[in-house]
Design a protein around this ligand. Structure first.
Ligand code: VGL
Ligand code: ZN
Length: 205
């Protein structure tokens, strides 16, 4: 069985948001088309939400860091981010044009550690409900799109591969942060090298 994983298409990662990804809005019609396709086929659709408490230590201001620079959090390298996706705020809502998704996985809820992957936090200390949901639905193959290519999409894809899923990345359904100009390109290359199929939404539908 196949599932679609829609990663973090939330207001703060879109135009006008506090951690806006360039051209993020361009993936919304792609995401909606693919969501429709999975719904029509009665396949599982699940969305992740980056969901931080206001005191989350990945926020530069909570760790005396500088936005965009790398420090250490919980013994792991940590990019210091602007405040984003604070639980129950406008910024953490899904983009208003995104089709409704019933299954939602929350990540980044522990203030002490960041969580890019939809499966585990960055230290792999705790897991979300995502793997259980996929197992309960007998899923062996996943299709992944969303924001951001170079962080949450990449880490979700790499964990899905390690967990033994067949993984397809819908490239036109992803956009990246690109702190360095080639970050998204490099992320796509790394996902491909580690076994992900890089596809276009038109290949699917
Ligand atoms: C993300 C940076 C910080 C993402 C989340 O969704 O890719 N990036 N938190
Ligand atoms: Zn975050």
């Amino acid at each position: 069985m196949k599932a679609l994983i829609v990663v973090d298409i939330q207001n703060d990662f879109c135009e006008g948001g506090s951690l806006a990804v360039e051209n993020a809005h361009k993936i919304i019609p792609v995401a909606n088309k693919v969501i429709d396709f999975f719904n029509k086929n009665h396949s599982l659709v699940v969305a992740t939400k980056d969901w931080h408490p206001a005191n989350h230590k990945s926020f530069a201001k909570n760790s005396s860091g500088t936005i965009g620079e790398v420090g250490i959090l919980n013994n792991l390298p940590q990019v210091w981010w602007p405040e984003h996706c604070i639980e129950n705020t406008y910024g953490s809502n899904f983009h208003p044009d995104l089709k409704k998704i019933e299954n939602i996985i929350y990540k980044g809820t522990d203030s002490e550690i960041d969580s890019y992957s939809g499966f585990f936090d960055n230290g792999k200390l705790k897991n979300t409900e995502l793997l259980t949901l996929l197992k309960n639905n007998h899923i062996s193959e996943v299709f992944i799109l969303g924001l951001a290519t170079d962080y949450c999409v990449k880490h979700t894809v790499l964990d899905a591969l390690e967990l033994g899923f067949k993984v397809n990345v819908i490239e036109d359904g992803c956009k990246g942060v690109n702190l360095l100009p080639n970050d998204s390109e490099n992320a796509i290359r790394e996902m491909k090298e580690k076994g992900a199929n890089i596809i276009k939404s038109d290949d699917l539908i």
